[in-house]
Design a protein around this ligand. Structure first.
Ligand code: ADP
Ligand code: MG
Length: 682
């Protein structure tokens, strides 16, 4: 940071706001604006509004009881007004001399018979002090950094010489075509909007000046991801030879026929695998849409071509379930499958490591344990990552690990996610990947009926459960998510388990929660699967991937506290067999409006994509994508929801410019680069 613009102390304060250089400061945009371009007459002011008044001091009054209070009475030609200061310096008392003229700005309150302003902003003026001819910006700030100072520093940056040379527009023609102002002009006006513009446009970040800056950020974002996407094609992978005979052999052994979308998604994957650069594809499909079998078919082809495949799941339960399923599908084809999870004994793990290293193990199913140092593949050709959104970026990157003996080759990657994201959002936000979508359920699924009850009706539900069990079906009872305290959540679950066990003497009740050892969890799920347990009380650990088709009733407590996608995932645990299923959502009294709306969405929709779209409308994309945790570079100015239209334009332009102008593209990215530093594939 050049010394001449900011003092050392200022630099330190600015750093607290994430401002490290003058460009950062220019991109530190006002939150909103204040209109000090007009004078309001006292007779026209209304309580609650923000006003600027010019008035003469009539008298002042200092009182100390009940507390220190300085009141300044002022008057313009239309009326009187009170200014009140609760904290003030003795020197301030002297400042307010009778007869002096003040310009004050603040909110009008009506606490007494006279309207008043409390702690207004004020300055002493002479009759001809000019009014501001621009809207006053209000910045996000930190202690010790006043609005006035930020404004002054910003203006100081603009006064530097050669600013145009420092911040040139890289794509001048394009900006002209889109009728955008230059970046510097845009920033100047954002920081100091002329009063002839409509203030609302600036407050809403909809002015053409804002649009230009937002567009630039989105463009950089797209450049970055599309650049990664293109770069991916410069890596080398082993093309996978497709064998139709082994495919047919596999399909013939399945107990079902593929849906059309499973088939077409497989074709996309098959085509990717056949390239000499790595596949980098995200497969999105609602819970139960049958993604696993698609991944299995791809794995089969890779193994058949002589390479190893790793299949990674976020939890042990899920890994074990995949292991069981894949074993039942692949053993007859003579494929050796290994399991590798953290909770396995070190002896068993060592055995697995050995088989992975020797190449005996062809398909390795596991948890994070798969990407530990110790794992050394003979020749890994393909990584499958299930429930991708559960893994952080770091783990995604760790997967770039290659086989020691084949360092020049990148494994192919298929990520799967059951968190459906509306297509346009996915395409722009995951612009570095290819995306496939399964938007169709296998046939024969019974619909799920969703019911909503107040928890006060908890007891009535017990009879429904009883009937369900008498009919030979099973039940999930999901305990509330208590984020503040895991212990409390556990207690609730144990209490519920206790109550239900006492009530249903004839039906066996089980309990599963996150604190259990994984072998205990496994055993309980096994017994539930075998119908030895009829009713399972669970914390939200069952969310991911459990498959028990005979379970046809689910009760979810405190449903209003859960995220829509979580509710949707939970509900997806039932309706898996050929029997009708019911999901009962219990809520605590006094639902907020937004909670009502959200439950209504779950009640009315069964399609995960539809739910995601509605959720997007309600919450905005940041939360929906879990961006805060994901490690994906965040946008500092643009908002994917508000700026959808610009995003689409930027996406189109980025694809076009990437091929034309590599040098300017990389300059443009580095202008915005700080955001992108910890993302990347190499
Ligand atoms: P998800 O996409 O949520 O991972 P799964 O792959 O676990 O879904 O599939 C859910 C269930 O549907 C599994 O029992 C699976 O064997 C079964 N299944 C998958 N495809 C079909 C199909 N085309 N027809 C019938 N059942 C299918
Ligand atoms: Mg799955």
């Amino acid at each position: 940071m050049p010394k001449k613009i900011f003092t050392e102390i200022q630099s330190q304060k600015l750093k607290k706001l994430g401002i490290l250089n003058s460009l950062d400061l220019l991109l530190h945009l006002p939150l909103r604006y204040v209109d000090e371009t007009k004078i309001n007459l006292i007779k026209n002011i209304r309580p609650g509004s923000m006003c600027q008044i010019e008035a003469k001091i009539i008298s002042i009054e200092v009182s100390y009881r009940p507390r220190k209070n300085l009141t300044v009475y002022v008057q313009d030609i239309t009326g009187d007004l009170k200014l009140r200061f609760i904290n003030f310096y003795p020197s301030q008392i002297k400042q307010f001399e009778e007869g002096k003229i003040l310009r004050v700005y603040g909110e009008i309150k009506s606490n007494s018979f006279l309207f008043e302003m409390i702690h207004p902003q004020y300055e002493f003026i002479s009759i001809d002090t000019p009014l501001k001819n621009f809207y006053t910006p209000v910045y996000p700030t930190t202690e010790g950094l006043s609005q006035k100072l930020i404004f002054k520093l910003v203006q100081k940056v603009f006064e530097q010489e050669n600013l145009d040379e420092q911040y040139p527009d890289y794509f001048g023609n394009l900006y002209r075509e889109r009728n955008f102002p230059s970046l510097l002009e845009a920033l100047k006006l954002i920081h100091k909007p002329k009063k002839q513009y409509e203030k609302n446009l600036f407050d809403d970040k909809k002015s053409i000046f804002h649009q230009r800056v937002i567009y630039d950020e989105l463009l950089a974002h797209q450049f970055y991801f599309r650049g990664k996407y293109n770069e991916n094609k410069s890596y080398k992978s082993k093309p996978i030879f497709y064998s139709d005979s082994i495919q047919q052999d596999f399909l013939n052994s399945l107990e079902f026929k593929l849906t059309n979308q499973q088939q077409s998604v497989f074709l996309e994957i098959k085509n990717d695998l056949n390239q000499s650069y790595p596949m980098y594809r995200l497969l999105q499909g609602d819970v139960g849409s049958g993604k696993t079998v698609v991944a299995a078919m791809a794995a089969l082809q890779v193994i058949n071509s002589g390479f190893q495949v790793a299949f990674m799941a976020p939890t042990e339960i899920l890994a074990e379930q995949h292991f069981a399923k894949l074993t039942s599908w692949f053993t007859r084809l003579g494929i050796h499958i290994e399991l590798l999870t953290g909770s396995m004994s070190s002896k068993l793990k060592d055995k697995s490591y050995e088989k992975i290293k020797s190449g005996e193990a062809k398909l390795i199913v596991g948890t994070h344990a798969l990407i530990q140092e110790k794992v050394d593949f003979k020749f890994i050709g393909f990584y499958i990552i299930d429930e991708q959104h559960r893994f952080g970026v770091r783990q995604r990157l760790a997967l770039r690990k290659k086989s020691e003996s084949h360092k020049d080759f990148e494994p192919h990657q298929l990520m799967m996610s059951a968190t459906p994201i509306p297509r346009t959002l996915a395409m722009s936000y995951f612009a570095d990947m290819d995306i496939s979508i399964i938007n169709e359920m296998p046939p024969g699924r019974q619909s799920i009926t969703t019911k909503i009850f107040s928890s006060e009706k908890r007891n009535q539900i017990l009879e429904t459960i009883n009937q369900n069990c008498l009919n030979g079906n099973q039940v999930y009872w999901v305990c509330p998510l208590i984020e503040e305290s895991e212990t409390l959540q556990l207690e609730t679950a144990e209490q519920t388990f206790h109550d239900l066990s006492n009530y249903f003497v004839k039906h066996k009740v089980g309990l599963i929660h996150g604190r259990l050892s994984s072998s205990d969890k496994k055993e309980i799920m096994e017994r539930f699967k075998k119908n030895k347990i009829k009713i399972i009380v669970a914390t939200t650990v069952i969310e991911v991937g459990v498959d028990v088709p005979n379970a046809t009733l689910m009760v979810i407590e405190n449903a209003e506290r859960m995220g829509l996608s979580q509710l949707h995932q939970l509900r997806g645990r039932i309706g898996r067999g050929d029997k009708k299923s019911i999901c009962i959502l219990l809520y605590q009294k006094k639902l907020s409006d937004i909670a009502k709306q959200r439950l209504k969405i779950i009640y009315e929709n069964i399609d995960g994509f539809k739910i995601a779209e509605e959720d997007l409308k309600l919450r905005g994309p940041g939360e929906l994508l879990g961006l805060r945790q994901s490690g994906v570079p965040s946008l500092r100015i643009a908002d994917l929801d508000r700026d959808q239209e610009l995003l689409n334009i930027a996406k189109k332009d980025a694809d076009f410019l990437l091929g034309q102008n590599p040098k300017d593209v990389s300059m443009h990215i580095s202008r915005w680069h700080r955001n992108y530093k910890d993302v990347g594939r190499s």
